[in-house]
Write a protein that binds this ligand. Structure first.
Ligand code: TMP
Length: 303
């Protein structure tokens, strides 16, 4: 009789056979997968980044697509070029700092706080309405990775919680999911920056604490969040991310099970040092992968 764990060597040989997948320690990955398969769906939680992880990095022509904050750059540029330019200037100044290989995380943090703080002040000062922001999302260049809708719905069907942990803007992710899926699935929860609206549904503040790329860890997880009881006892974590700031998203979920870290590498193939760094911190590195196929295959063997 076939055991569920028999699927693990098959998945491993598939992973190891793919040119654009790097798995530098296959023994550890196989051991984590076996534990996850034995635990099954009931012991699993998926913690995922959103921008360039569930959403695509570039379109077929190689043009960069939008992040959740980028929704403002594009739409405001169209309606109020002067303000739009301010968002773009901020990105041009701070994005290279976020990914600068020469700066330490400690050196980057004050710049990230400044970037997020300034960007959020621009949004609040302009008092954008909820309706306008929903329209911005409808017209945005945020695109789901191939298979992302099915992935989210299959997690819901198997009662596997999905925690979207994003330093982007949570409301924008919510509106995007509502527009693409019809509604936010019951299993899906958010840890993110939320725009707060006044009684006229105009942006008036952002939630605290501020979440930027380098504080995606237990320091910003509100343990009293209503969904926390749902992930209690979920000892096995599948973590999906695309940056160095994503690798500690599981810290704060108290447990002793494994975390399988799957990282999307969107950088240049010539940057061998960066790629090597990803291979050190992520169990499985997916190079320029516009799909959710690997995450789906992992969930399929667990179910
Ligand atoms: P995350 O993918 O780790 O959740 O981070 C969100 C990304 O959003 C990060 O790469 C920086 C980017 N960002 C913008 O594009 N524009 C902005 O105004 C801000 C504050 C962040």
């Amino acid at each position: 009789q076939l055991k569920k764990t028999d699927a693990v060597p098959l998945l491993m040989s598939w992973l190891l056979g793919q040119e654009s997948i790097v798995c530098s320690d296959p023994t550890t990955v196989a051991a984590k997968l076996r534990k996850m398969v034995v635990g099954g769906a009931g012991k699993t939680v998926v913690i995922s980044d959103f921008d360039y992880t569930l959403s695509r990095f570039a379109n077929e022509s190689g043009e960069r697509l939008s992040t959740t904050h980028g929704v403002f750059d594009d739409n405001v540029m169209r309606l109020k070029p002067e303000l739009g330019q301010k968002f773009v200037d901020l990105k041009n100044k701070y994005y290279p700092i976020e990914f600068c290989p020469k700066l330490t995380m400690e050196e980057k943090i004050p710049h990230m706080e400044k970037w997020w703080g300034t960007s959020h002040s621009l949004i609040v000062n302009e008092k954008f309405s909820k309706h306008t922001i929903q329209d911005f999302v409808r017209q945005s260049r945020i695109v789901f990775k191939d298979g992302a809708e099915d992935f989210i719905q299959s997690l819901d069907a198997h009662n596997i919680p999905l925690v979207i942990f994003s330093a982007g803007i949570g409301n924008i992710i919510e509106y995007f999911l509502e527009q693409k899926l019809g509604a936010i699935p019951r299993n899906t929860h958010f840890i993110s920056n939320m725009i707060l609206f006044d009684e006229d549904e105009k942006a008036c503040a952002f939630s605290e604490p501020l979440i930027h790329t380098f504080c995606k860890n237990s320091s910003v997880i509100q343990k009293e969040a209503p969904f926390f009881h749902e992930i209690n006892g979920r000892v096995n974590v599948i973590l999906l991310g695309d940056s160095m700031g994503d690798i500690h998203m599981d810290v704060g979920v108290e447990r002793d099970g494994p975390t399988l870290k799957v990282g999307y590498y969107n950088g240049s193939l010539d940057d061998t040092a960066a790629l090597q760094h990803y291979e050190e911190v992520y169990d499985i590195v997916l190079i320029h992968d516009p799909t959710l196929n690997v995450a789906q295959k992992i969930v399929d063997v667990i179910n």
